[in-house]
Every structure is written in structure tokens, then in C-alpha cells.
Ligand binder design. Sequence first.
Ligand code: DC
Length: 222
Amino acid sequence: MIIAIDGPAGSGKTSTAKLLAKKIGFFYLDTGATYRSLTYAAIEGGLSLSDENSLLNLAKNLDIRINANEIYLKGIDISKKIRDPLIDKNISTVVSFPQVRKVMVELQRKIASEGNFVVEGRDITTVVFPESKYKFYLDADPKIRAQRRFKELKEKGLDVDPEEVRTDLEKRDYADKNRTVGPLTISEDAVRIDTSTLTIEGTVELLARHIESKSTDHSSTK
Ligand code: DC
């Protein structure tokens, strides 16, 4: 069974999805982390980030292992490195290539085929798992999302400027919503939740209630 969650950066979907998975005994897949790893591997390998063929080749051979808390590239833990602002700045180009996304979507489906998963990202409810019975779209006020992202980076000990964090987030929002393949859109049948004034626990509680009520609703065919 798949629980699909989409939303923009800073909407709280990562913390929510992680806690929800723990609570209901599911595995957790952060698809953003798979794209971040690809971007990291491309930068590390000195590839041109606008060279679709090289990126496609890299995606096809991407040797990653991922669990709820860590991600390994060729056996090396890159969990911290993929959260660096350098990745935030460069990722939008890498994720914009349709063929590259196709390969990554296959990889994500393969990972999630191994059990019950809470999967989160931008195109999970629309492209990766459109057939899922449980779909959510998390959002929050852009100012709040920027504050959350700033706090997160600060807590990691990074010296970041709040204004720069806000601009980077706006740029990523724009790129996420406007790319031709797998853009961030709200699936018609997704439950939309505004997390601006909610705690992570409160959001998880809401999702869990929706899941519970849907799983006892036998009128639904999906
Ligand atoms: O969720 P995140 O901020 O770690 O995601 C990083 C970037 O990856 C984000 O700017 C958009 C992209 N992404 C995507 O294109 N499709 C997904 N399913 C997940 C993330």
C-alpha cells in the first residue's frame, strides 16, 4: 500500500511523512532525496548540469541505497551533503529533464514496491503513484515555509541569510510548478492540508484520520 504526499518545499511534508510512516509502521521514501543524490553525484563528477545525456547516463547507473534517515551513494553516506544550499541552487535544472525524471520515477517505484510505503515529493500523487487511494497535498504560507527552511539550515549549523533562503525557495517554487514534466500540481482527488498553523503531530493526526476513514470506506473503488 502506498500513501502519496506532495507539496512545496517547507510545507512540512518530509517531517509529516516520516512521522506518519513511523506511526503506522510503513517504510518512508523521500523522493526529493533521490533527486538530490543525483544532483550531488553530477556536481561531484564534474558534469555539466545542462547536459541531459550525461545526466541521463548518471541516473541510469545511480548506485544509491536509501532508508528513512540515510542515503548512500556508492556505499558512502551523503545524507548531510545532499541538504547543502549548493544542491538547492542547482537541483531545478537537473530535475527538469523529462528522460532523467522517467528513470528516477522508475527507480522510486522499484524502491516502493518492496513494502508498504509513505512516499513524498512533488509528483507522487500525479505521476509516480496516481492510482494510490491515499493522496495528500500539503501547503503553507510562503513566508512560513521560508522561515521553516531557514530554521532547518541554521540548526544544521549553516551560515545562511534569511533573504537568500526566501529567494531560493521562491525560485524553486517557480521551477517546481512550471516544469513541463512532473510539475508540482494538486491532484483533483488529493486531500489538501494547510500546515501554516499546524504542528507536525497535528498534521500527522489529520492524515491518519483521513486514512482511517478512507480505509473503512468500501464505496471507494481505488
Ligand atoms: O523535497 P525536496 O525539497 O528535498 O526536493 C528537492 C527538489 O527535488 C525540489 O526542488 C524539486 C525536486 N523534486 C522533484 O522534482 N520531484 C519529486 N518527486 C521530489 C523532488
